[in-house]
Design a protein around this ligand. Structure first.
Ligand code: TRP
Length: 348
């Protein structure tokens, strides 16, 4: 009767780029819709993970809510009860299971996590928190509470997924079948299809990925950019002196990136877009076309975003949070019984 669970955590972010939109959000929304008849879809915002590194707390709540609205504007259906969109912190079982799992997790095991080493190296020992250290355990709880088998994870999260499998097996061996073991990274890639390697590059430096952490903002198009400002960024994108519009990311990374952006916006294969400009020698003409398309996309997206009702988003979140809290607390109770925190005879 119960459907297998696909689960994914969507980081709250005010400054999403068109790279995040086309490379991350849209594929997830498509996946959710295409699999919702056979799977339970859990798409949640890991708000407790948001401050494992220092942030501005005055805007956190709004940022989380905004992220949910952006998903709705991008096409995630709020009224589809098979798709659960919820906030982690609204379901106390996430924190409670984390503590229990903590006590079965090795200090050495967490110390070896590459993401911890990288991030703590960046922010320095004084500002590194126990929360950052503990990040993978909370992530394991996010997954194990719902018995999720399928979790689309990027390369930076595969070690955390492996840890989730390890801790689940460890507790199952010791206490009996408490947890569903998520599929291996290899199986995840088979299930979701290894991502197509879609990478929109920085406009000013097309050899690096378009990223929100770019400080100048000149090479990055944000979903919140004024459409005409975004168009200007396209017009001043770095190109080359070959004077030929051609798709060749190695020798013409700037032009190829613009072709890729245009293809995404038009929803057509890169070869078709590139074919249309074959023989074009004037970069200005080509850039105008891309700029025009970017401007039109942002105008449309922003009007969709402002049409999303706060009340609809709030009630969709609350509906999912109520359903998910029930599921999560059942699993938590089984764990509490197994470790001796609740009488084994307690029902529900
Ligand atoms: N760590 C994930 C990321 O940075 C977000 C996340 C938190 C997550 N909990 C999760 C993803 C559980 C998948 C499953 O993207």
């Amino acid at each position: 009767m119960t459907k297998p669970v696909i689960l994914t955590g969507l980081r709250a972010n005010n400054n999403l780029t068109i790279g995040n939109y086309f490379g991350g959000m849209l594929p997830l929304i498509d996946m959710a819709q295409s699999k919702a008849s056979e799977y339970q879809i859990n798409m949640f915002i890991p708000d407790l993970h948001s401050f494992t590194t220092p942030i501005d707390h005055t805007s956190l709540y709004d940022q989380i809510f905004h992220t949910a609205k952006v998903f709705a504007a991008a096409g995630l259906p709020l009224d589809d009860e098979r798709i659960n969109m919820y906030r982690q912190s609204y379901i106390p079982a996430h924190s409670e299971l984390t503590w229990i799992l903590d006590c079965f997790t090795g200090f050495g095991e967490m110390s070896r996590m590459t993401q911890f080493k990288d991030k703590s190296g960046n922010i320095g020992t004084d500002r590194t928190t126990v929360g950052l250290f503990n990040y993978p355990v909370l992530m394991a709880a996010d997954i194990l509470l719902y018995g999720a088998k399928y979790i689309p994870v990027g390369d930076d999260q595969t070690q955390h997924l492996e840890f989730t499998r390890d801790i689940a097996e460890r507790l199952n061996t010791r206490f009996g079948e408490l947890f569903v073991i998520p599929e291996s990274v290899k199986k995840q890639h088979e299930f979701f299809g290894k991502d197509q390697g879609l990478r929109i590059m920085d406009l000013a430096d097309p050899t690096k990925k378009m990223s929100k952490s770019d400080n100048s903002g000149k090479g990055v198009i944000y979903l919140s950019d004024a459409p005409e400002v975004a168009a200007k960024k396209i017009m001043s994108a770095t190109t080359d002196d070959k004077a030929l519009v051609k798709f060749n990311p190695t020798s013409q990374p700037g032009i190829s990136n613009l072709i890729e952006i245009l293809a995404l916006l038009k929803g057509e294969p890169v070869s078709v877009t590139a074919g249309r400009y074959e023989g074009e020698t004037k970069y200005g003409v080509f850039k105008q076309a891309v700029a025009h398309e970017v401007q039109a996309f942002l105008t449309d997206f922003q009007s969709k975003l402002s049409a999303v009702s706060d009340d609809d988003v709030a009630s969709a979140l609350e509906r999912s949070e109520a359903t998910m809290a029930t599921q999560a607390s059942l699993r938590l109770l089984a764990v509490q019984k197994a470790v001796g925190l609740r009488p084994r005879t307690q029902v529900e």
